[in-house]
Design a protein around this ligand. Structure first.
Ligand SMILES: [Zn+2]
Length: 182
């Protein structure tokens, strides 16, 4: 499949248009319950200009490798694979909420998987490191690499956000979201 046709298919999906960042949908097709928070400080976030050395001092060595060197964790290594509680998945670097438990599912791949992100929280780019090009996605606030998105996901989007567990932190719905890192 060509890049163009892939992007056209992504853009044809209302819920997927948000991840591209160049299209707007009038209604959010992902029904997030009110008790699952998606941001502690809505409207107050923008691109975060922080040096790699500063991030290196904050996150673990393994997380830094994933987030800022576009690494990939070993399959079946993330405790988040077994996380079944309702709640919010934050970027492990800047703490921007990226996913909710509403869209998490068991893909059987060995990496935490979601069929949609929270609207506007991810950016994408083409990744040609492997023989078959992939679409990389990252936190739109800090640029931290999260994973790759594929077209073999479940309804309603048909997308699979294959995420590194080390790039996320989970906050169950009965706990307060931590403040965004600045
Ligand atoms: Zn981030």
């Amino acid at each position: 499949m060509t890049r163009k046709s892939f992007l056209q298919r992504l853009l044809a999906l209302p819920s997927a248009a948000l991840l591209i960042g160049c299209a707007r949908s009038q209604s959010d097709p992902v029904d997030v319950p009110d008790d699952i928070r998606v941001h502690p400080d809505i409207g107050a976030f923008g691109p975060l200009d922080k040096s790699l050395d500063a991030w290196r001092a904050i996150v673990s060595e393994d997380a830094f490798y994933i987030l800022f060197e576009e690494g990939t964790e070993p399959r079946y290594s993330s405790p988040l694979l077994e996380e079944k509680r309702r709640g919010t998945y934050l970027c492990a670097a800047c703490r921007l909420p990226l996913f909710t438990s509403v869209t998490k599912y068991d893909s059987g791949t060995g990496w935490p998987s979601f069929w949609a992100p929270i609207e506007g929280r991810l950016g994408t780019k083409r990744d040609t490191k492997l023989a078959i090009p992939r679409t990389e996605y990252h936190c739109t606030r800090c640029g931290g690499h999260q994973g790759h998105v594929f077209e073999d996901g479940p309804d309603p989007t048909g997308l699979r956000y294959c995420n590194n567990g080390l790039a996320l932190s989970f906050v169950p719905e009965d706990e307060s979201l931590p403040p965004l890192r600045t």
